[in-house]
Design a protein around this ligand. Structure first.
Ligand code: HEC
Length: 204
């Protein structure tokens, strides 16, 4: 994982970002569980990195531009940022949700639906020791899945209740950019979505 650390320190080259998410939107089905620790570890490192970069950037955007201004930041930068991490580590990274804001982040394929059901089950299962998993899909690749929860009060600025949690100007910005938005009404600790990280099956 030395490469990942290096990239994190150097910062992410947004200009080099390419939209890779289209690759995740096919009819893939999940064919097998894979509990290889190596894949779990690799998937966890990649998604943790992407999460750290996204969260620190959105917090910075809120500080400099306010919440409504930060909505534009997420609109323009969330995908390129995750994609540039994905490119740097030779993986495909997406954030999917059953109540998605960006239409590109919907749970669509049979493989992703199965992963979502599995994730919802383990997240409430107090006996489950692992809260993430890897599935091999019919395309032969390994896909790492991990829950995204409303872990900080700051998330509620843009994903909380429309009446109290989200400020009117932020809500207006959200409605303008995402007319079909479903990603509001969340409370602290709730499941917001999932990371899906595609790794080649060669374990390079
Ligand atoms: C400044 C407003 C803002 C804040 C704060 C914010 N988000 Fe979002 N969130 C957005 C926007 C805008 C999108 C759509 C991004 C895009 O177009 O790719 C989004 C998308 C997402 C998605 C992808 C699925 C979807 O609905 O499209 C997840 C998951 C998510 N946010 C989780 C979180 C979590 C967890 C937090 C707190 C750590 C958070 N967000 C904080 C505005 C925000």
């Amino acid at each position: 994982m030395a490469g990942i650390d290096k990239i994190f320190k150097k910062g992410v080259n947004v200009a080099a970002a390419v939209f890779l998410t289209a690759a995740c939107h096919n009819t893939d089905t999940a064919v097998a569980d894979n509990n290889d620790e190596l894949y779990l570890h690799k998937g966890d490192s990649i998604t943790s990195l992407a999460q750290r970069i996204l969260v620190s950037n959105v917090m910075q955007a809120i500080q400099t531009k306010g919440v409504a201004g930060a909505v534009s930041f997420c609109n323009e930068r969330a995908m390129p940022l995750t994609d540039s991490v994905a490119m740097a580590v030779h993986a495909g990274i997406a954030r999917l949700s059953d109540k998605n804001r960006n239409p590109a982040n919907a749970i669509q394929t049979p493989g992703d639906s199965l992963a979502w059901q599995k994730l919802k089950a383990i997240i409430t299962d107090t006996l489950a020791t692992k809260k993430h998993f890897v599935l091999q899909h019919s395309d032969g690749n390994m896909y790492y899945y991990k829950a995204i929860t409303i872990a900080m009060p700051a998330c509620l600025n843009c994903h909380g209740s429309k009446d109290a949690g989200i400020a009117p100007d932020a809500l207006a910005a959200i409605n303008q950019k995402y007319p079909a938005d479903k990603a509001t009404g969340y409370k602290m600790g709730e499941l917001r979505g999932m990371w899906k990280t595609k790794m080649s099956n060669t374990n390079e």
